[in-house]
Design a protein around this ligand. Structure first.
Ligand SMILES: NC(=O)c1ccc[n+]([C@@H]2O[C@H](COP(=O)([O-])OP(=O)(O)OC[C@H]3O[C@@H](n4cnc5c(N)ncnc54)[C@H](OP(=O)(O)O)[C@@H]3O)[C@@H](O)[C@H]2O)c1
Length: 314
């Protein structure tokens, strides 16, 4: 039997009911990518093996793979309908991209209007072959957002059983505060903000995002957790950062990827890395970061921070 190495944790302590997700999550963003696509059986194998080690939360979005990824996710979820309550699906909505599938779109934009979101979620649930999303994140802040109308839509989606919980993604602290204040008036809370954070993207520790997560008692989901480690071309600064991370890795007996993930996991805000690899061995190795995170000391963390930020802390 495979050992579970990833626990379930509560993403929020701020809502009427705690919502459990896996501490490390799987992202479907790269399952369909340009000319590349996992075959349905490969996607099933990747998620099944990930579940065996405790990764039960799958992150997706309608726009991934030029609107084709959700159907691949659906081919996986459709086979697991009897175990649906042991899986958490995080969906996203609100982005309208230029695509051959939507010839009427000639300017990429965001849309959080009720009629659009409602229709979009109905279609996404069909594509993903499920009756509900455990969490629905508004993918990016819509500059034309009307928070009252959006929260009305949340209530409608929840009442109809289509979405259990709501979050956001890429919201700055003011945008989060505004929508959260409207949710609180209706007696519920946003359960997460899915944001970018990594060895090469430090913004959340500097721009108030993590402070806000503490204040509102939620764990942020963390996208692109490996940062620039596998970029094909690196700037001089990125090369120095990579070599710093590799140095720490050899000191603590881990891989560079595990150090990058431990950099996230060490932060007490409890960020939830969403791993984007399409290869199970890499997902498993990433999950094993949970076993080595305690070896990353405060000084290691600040050493990497400094290499990334380019300046010593004052
Ligand atoms: N909310 C948002 O706006 C937003 C934005 C971006 C992403 N996301 C979410 O976050 C998830 C993760 O994002 P991400 O895919 O950027 O995360 P990531 O885990 O940082 O990067 C994954 C990429 O790194 C490659 N990689 C991993 N280990 C490697 C190695 N040892 N050698 C070479 N390449 C390696 C993977 O290739 P292989 O597949 O070949 O392993 C894959 O292309 C996405 O799936 C999505 O769910 C959300």
């Amino acid at each position: 039997m495979t050992t579970k190495i990833v626990p379930l944790v509560s993403i929020n302590n701020n809502a009427e009911k705690s919502v459990d997700v896996s501490q490390i999550q799987l992202g479907a963003f790269r399952w369909v990518w340009g000319d590349f696509s996992l075959k349905p059986e490969e996607a099933f194998d990747l998620f099944s093996k990930s579940r065996d080690i405790g990764i039960t939360t799958l992150d997706t979005a309608d726009v991934y793979g030029d609107y084709q990824c959700n159907k691949l996710v659906g081919s996986v979820i459709g086979q697991l309908s009897n175990e649906r309550d042991q899986i958490q699906i995080v969906g996203k909505t609100g982005i309208r991209l230029i695509s051959k599938h939507y010839p009427e779109i000639h300017v990429a934009h965001y849309n959080t209007e009720s009629e659009y979101i409602y229709k979009n979620i109905r279609q996404q649930l069909i594509d993903v072959q499920t009756d509900y999303f455990d969490i629905l994140n508004i993918h990016r802040p819509d500059y034309l957002l009307n928070p009252r109308d959006l929260v009305d839509t949340f209530e409608k989606l929840r009442t109809e059983g289509m979405v259990k919980n709501f979050g956001v993604s890429n919201f700055d602290v003011h945008q989060f505060d505004l929508l959260q204040s409207e949710c609180l008036k209706r007696g519920f809370s946003l359960v997460t903000n899915q944001i970018e954070f990594s060895i090469s993207h430090l913004n959340p520790v500097l721009d108030g995002s993590f402070s806000q997560a503490f204040k509102h008692s939620f764990r942020p989901q963390i996208w692109s957790p490996l940062g620039m480690l596998h970029k094909e071309t690196l700037s001089e600064k990125e090369k120095r950062l990579k070599s710093k991370v590799e140095g720490v890795a050899s000191q603590i007996g881990a891989t560079a990827d595990q150090v990058a993930l431990s950099f996230i996991l060490k932060h007490p805000v409890g960020g939830l890395p969403v791993l984007g690899s399409t290869k199970f061995e890499r997902i498993k190795q990433g999950a094993e970061s949970l076993q080595i995170v305690d070896k990353l000391t405060r000084q290691h963390w600040y050493d990497i921070y400094e290499a990334s930020n380019g300046e010593k802390v004052p």
